[in-house]
Design a protein. Sequence first.
Length: 237
Amino acid sequence: MALLSIRGLHVAYDKVEAVRDASLSIEKGQIVTVIGPNGAGKTTLLGATMGLLPSNGEMTFDGMDLRRLDVEARVECGFCLVPERRELFGDLSVEDNLVLGAYVMRRQTDLWRKSLDEVYGRFPQLKERRTQTANTLSGGERQMLALGRALMAKPRLLMMDEPSLGLAPLIIAEIFRIIASLRETGVSMLLVEQNARAALETADYGYVLETGEIVHSGPASDLIHDPKLIATYLGGH
């Protein structure tokens, strides 16, 4: 059984449908990516999955009907979203930002301290800068902090919206290396990304979203060699 299953998802803004009849699934421990152009509905899809936007359709998580659960309940089930703009607390220290990520286990001091040690082990740069405020970090470090903060809560489903946005190519490669390394934690991931090549090189399975509809899907290793996708999204290489 899939960890997350979405069937016939519709999301509308007023009378305009941003996502139409979308279906996808994520197995436990799998990295799934949704690629597509700007304005295709990728962020809307994530927002509906997180419960931030009203939607119609079937959505289950580990067999549980999500339609009855609000955002807070989904977070308690193990959902975590790293938004496109990272939404860090710029005036707080790196460590304070990380600790805020462990809100769901705030009364279990031993647990969140263990999570903090694990995050510092994965992101040594964050440990070095733990007393700096978040707004003094570079773009790559800010993305690492956003990822680290998400991991503090021990998510079962980690959703990432455009993690490569605004980053230099070398930093993008490092961020995707980190994302791939998270497989060993067992967390499932839903990755929305415009950098189709980096996303497909990292993911197990991919979906192509265009004007609100899923027009293609398959194993990422197949999609990356698909002539049409190469011409449209992968730069013809």
